[in-house]
Design a protein around this ligand. Structure first.
Ligand code: DAH
Length: 347
């Protein structure tokens, strides 16, 4: 008798289809409680099993266990069905809000480069752009580099073409080449700013990279003097690093400027007292500059007896490093979101 009952239950379970359930999740739970609950059918059958004569126990025990396994399997099957249809329903719910699309943000180098460009734009400088693959004339010769200058060396320059008797072609090593392009194609007054990528054959480290960015400025007109350069530099430094910033100029040498100078700004971290950022000097080296060498004007077809000019060039990575205290150049190029996200707020 008990055995027949067990068989009936087995039939009931096997013939139950989830399709029949209205509120599926609730009814599956009810079904589970009915069979497998503490006071459910199966536990009741096990209770009755205790009083079954010993000779029937083996057979009945087997049937009971079978019932239990069938009930458990069925419930698993129902639950899997519910989960799957839940997923399906949720993807079909057109009223759900759309997936959040992550917005990118400008790279810190672009932000700094734009900021430099904008400061010069306020002084009337317009942006000039040119090629990244340059010939020897625009990179070196027109800029008064002597033929044996070390910057022309294989160790510094990535040559694209270097053949006996042919014009050498290389990835530009500085944005000063844009000066030449502009002077060749425009008449003074010239007031340009040239932001861009440059390439040098350097081993990559925290302090050097084979790709980096520069911003070049050039001003050519009648009566342009060193005082104009100095005033422009002071304006730039104060706009870029804060109104209390001071500048100093140290004599230097570049083939394309005469006289040449390097500009330092007072260290904004320690206020000039000396710290580990400025290596105790109170000053930070920022850029190179000078009066355009008459040879360069001449090479570019501008009469140096009538016109004069100043030029300056700076490294964007270095500017950003000083402004945001970035210690390792490689961070700029690795595109690690943890780094990039720190600059989301600056535009
Ligand atoms: N071209 C120089 C460099 O790559 C930077 C530079 C120095 C640019 C002085 C200038 C300048 O225009 O006047 O290191």
């Amino acid at each position: 008798m008990l055995k027949d009952k067990i068989q009936e239950y087995i039939n009931d379970i096997q013939s139950t289809s989830i399709e029949k359930f209205q509120d599926k999740a609730t009814e599956v739970e009810m079904f589970r409680v009915k069979y497998l609950g503490k006071k459910g059918i199966i536990s009741d059958l096990f209770e009755q099993f205790k009083s079954v004569p010993n000779e029937e126990k083996k057979d009945l025990g087997k049937a009971l266990n079978q019932l239990k396994v069938i009930a458990m399997d069925k419930i698993e099957e129902f639950k899997a069905y519910c989960e799957q249809s839940e997923e399906l329903n949720s993807t079909n719910d057109l009223s759900l809000p759309a997936d959040f699309t992550q917005l990118g943000s400008r790279h810190v180098l672009s932000v700094v480069m734009n900021e430099i460009t904008e400061i010069f734009a306020r002084l009337g400088f317009t942006v000039a752009e040119s090629v990244e693959i340059e010939d020897d004339w625009h990179l070196f010769s027109a800029l008064n580099f002597p033929p044996d200058h070390p910057a022309r060396d294989m160790q510094d320059t990535f040559f694209v073409e270097k053949e006996e008797g042919r014009q050498e072609v290389a990835l530009r090593t500085h944005t000063s080449s844009v000066q030449v392009r502009v002077m060749e194609s425009q008449k003074p007054p010239i007031r340009i700013i040239a932001p861009g990528r440059v390439f040098r054959n350097e081993a990559i480290s925290a302090r050097a990279h084979c790709i980096f960015h520069q911003v070049e400025a050039l001003y050519v007109d009648k009566h342009v003097s060193f005082a104009d350069l100095k005033q422009t530099l002071l304006y730039f430094a104060k706009e870029m690093f804060g109104a209390e910033t001071q500048i100093r100029l140290r004599p230097s040498y570049f083939p394309f400027t005469e006289p040449s100078a390097e500009m330092d700004i007072s260290c904004g971290i320690c206020g000039g007292k000396g710290c580990n950022i400025c290596k105790g000097t109170g000053w930070l080296e920022i850029l190179g500059c000078g009066m355009v060498d008459p040879n360069v004007l001449q090479a570019c077809g501008i009469d140096p007896t009538q016109y004069s000019g100043f030029a300056l060039g700076m490294g964007v990575e270095r500017m950003a490093m000083l402004k945001y205290q970035i210690r390792d150049l490689r961070l700029y190029f690795e595109n690690d979101l943890r780094f990039l996200k720190q600059f989301e707020a600056i535009v």
